[in-house]
Design a protein around this ligand. Structure first.
Ligand code: KIV
Ligand code: ZN
Length: 521
């Protein structure tokens, strides 16, 4: 039932967010994020673009089947095959939505679509009508709306609503809008379309000018009741509107907006950490709402004020967004139950098989270090349980390094299915040497595009966590590894990235030939 005082949230972390450079999430990771979005009580999860690849189709299908209590959505162009593919992928969703889009700005219609406005109108009408036969509800988006002609937008939204679209979405695709102008624009659309009661207007803002959240809030003031965005604002270029910021602005300034949301805001911090960890996109410490310093008071005068009365310098409570410092450190006496409880607090919902694997790794880690911190646990789960691809090809069995002043050497033993691959390499340090050894052993030479190492806690016994991004032709993949030994973590990350490269290539029907020489790129 439509409630005019409630703002609903449409999360597109798994679709638009995943388009961010260097991000590729596997099906297991996407399902984990979707479960956490459901725990956040998000209204709609856009889980992918089914027609874009077999891998995306499968992810949408899995989330539709396994995530309850939320509407699951799939994106489609106005092409019949796209709409049918979305309908098929969403079949088992508790509640399904097909999100049909077509560009409406002169520049997009002329140069990208090469279609006349009348052709665009016709495609919108027929695809929305078809989508209505395949899902519980249809959302229609006029891509690049903020640079489209107002009268044309009003016409196309009227047609879409008449064809059965229950949600009319106004994207600021290139982040061009500014708040005052955007609010007027949105209001003119709403007044001009005058859609029947129950039709919801929506906004989808990109952040190229850093205004995505401000534009979303301005659109809410102008009458939209669905906000689209991503966790941590993740997305291509400057990203999308950050959901955690929009919801906390609505909540904290209820005096201005006077609107409610259904979100369980105490789940914001766990889901933010999860997305950051699985995507490898680091949240800046000063990021509003979920940054590590969002509730830290450094200046003496502020600390004094907060101690006297929290509200002197705090407009929100850390507890309200679930950002509470870890109170528990696990160790070798911790049982499976405590381990699972801690995982749930951190935002992970593992099945029994994943939990057993994680618990075994945790117990082995307890032999290496006394206290296991939240950061260590997150690293174990994301790097050694969720990041593993189902098609797992290569696996590290053993390694040895020798470190010299200017030259290091490494030997690695890797298994590819049942075949042992063993080789040695040299380099200017142990990691460089190990990577050269791995490439020789696999006879596979992808390009290393990014490499980083960080500690999971500010202690000398922390795990070292490595993130590696590899490219092979058009395909890129990120891998992670965590271990008390940074060389081992780096080797794991590299092998994990290679495995994901194969998975990515398969999902996009790109063939990576098995060794030999042809793999040099
Ligand atoms: O930015 C955009 O216009 C989109 C559409 C598909 C809604 O992501
Ligand atoms: Zn977008």
């Amino acid at each position: 039932m439509f409630d005019p005082d409630r703002v609903t949230f449409f999360d597109t972390t798994l679709r638009d967010g995943e388009q961010a450079a260097g991000v590729n999430l596997n099906a297991v990771e996407k399902l984990q994020i979707a479960k956490q979005l459901a725990a956040l009580k998000i209204d709609v999860i856009e889980s992918g673009f089914p027609a874009s690849s077999p891998g995306d189709f499968e992810c949408v299908q899995t989330i539709a089947r396994e995530v309850q209590g939320v509407t699951v959505c799939g994106l489609a162009r106005t092409k019949e095959a796209d709409v049918r593919s979305a309908g098929e992928a969403l079949k088992s969703a508790e509640r399904s939505r097909i999100h049909v889009f077509i560009a409406t700005s002169p520049i997009h219609m002329t140069h990208k679509l090469k279609m006349t406005p009348d052709q665009v109108l016709e495609e919108a009408r027929t695809s929305v009508a078809l989508a209505g036969t395949l899902a519980d509800e249809v959302e229609f988006s006029a891509e690049d709306a903020s640079r489209s002609d107002l009268d044309f937008l009003i016409r196309i939204f009227k047609e879409a609503a008449a064809a059965g679209a229950a949600i009319l979405n106004i994207p600021d695709t290139v982040g061009y809008a500014v708040p005052e102008q955007f609010a007027r624009f949105v209001k003119n659309i709403i007044d001009g379309v005058a859609a029947p009661q129950g039709v919801i207007y929506s906004v989808h803002a990109h952040n190229d000018l850093g205004l995505a959240v401000a534009n979303s809030l301005a659109a809410v003031r102008a009458g939209v009741r669905q906000v689209e965005g991503t966790i941590n604002g993740m997305g291509e270029r400057g990203g999308n509107a950050a959901i955690e910021e929009v919801v906390m602005a609505l909540k904290t300034r209820a005096d201005i907006y006077g609107l409610t949301t259904g979100l369980e805001t105490t789940r914001l911090y766990p889901v933010s950490r999860l997305v950051s960890r699985l995507s490898g996109v680091v949240v800046p410490p000063n990021k509003a709402v979920v940054g590590a310093n969002a509730f830290a008071h450094e200046a003496g005068i502020h600390q004094h004020g907060v101690l006297a009365h929290r509200a002197t310098y705090e407009i929100m409570k850390a507890e309200d967004v679930g950002s509470v410092p870890a109170v528990m450190v696990l160790g070798k006496h911790s049982g499976r139950h405590a381990f699972r409880d801690r995982l749930e607090t951190l935002g992970y919902q593992l099945d029994n098989e994943q939990l057993s694997k994680a618990f075994d790794i945790f117990k082995r880690l307890c032999d290496e270090k006394k206290d296991v911190t939240d950061g260590d646990i997150e690293a174990i789960i994301s790097d050694q349980v969720l990041a593993v691809t189902p098609e797992h090809r290569y696996e590290l069995r053993d390694y040895a390094v020798g470190v010299g002043a200017g030259l290091s050497t490494a030997t690695v033993v890797i298994y590819r299915n049942d075949t042992e691959l063993r080789d040695a390499g040299t380099g200017n340090g142990p990691i460089d040497a190990a990577y050269n050894a791995i490439k020789r052993a696999m006879n596979f030479y992808p390009l290393l595009e990014n490499f980083s190492i960080r500690a999971t806690s500010p202690r000398s016994d922390a795990l070292g966590e490595t993130i590696v991004e590899l490219r092979y032709g058009q395909v890129t993949a990120q891998g992670r590894g965590a271990a008390t030994d940074v060389v081992k973590a780096s080797i794991q990350a590299y092998i994990n990235a290679v495995n994901r490269l194969y998975t990515q290539a398969a999902a996009r029907a790109i063939k990576i030939d098995d060794p030999p020489e042809a793999n040099r790129c």
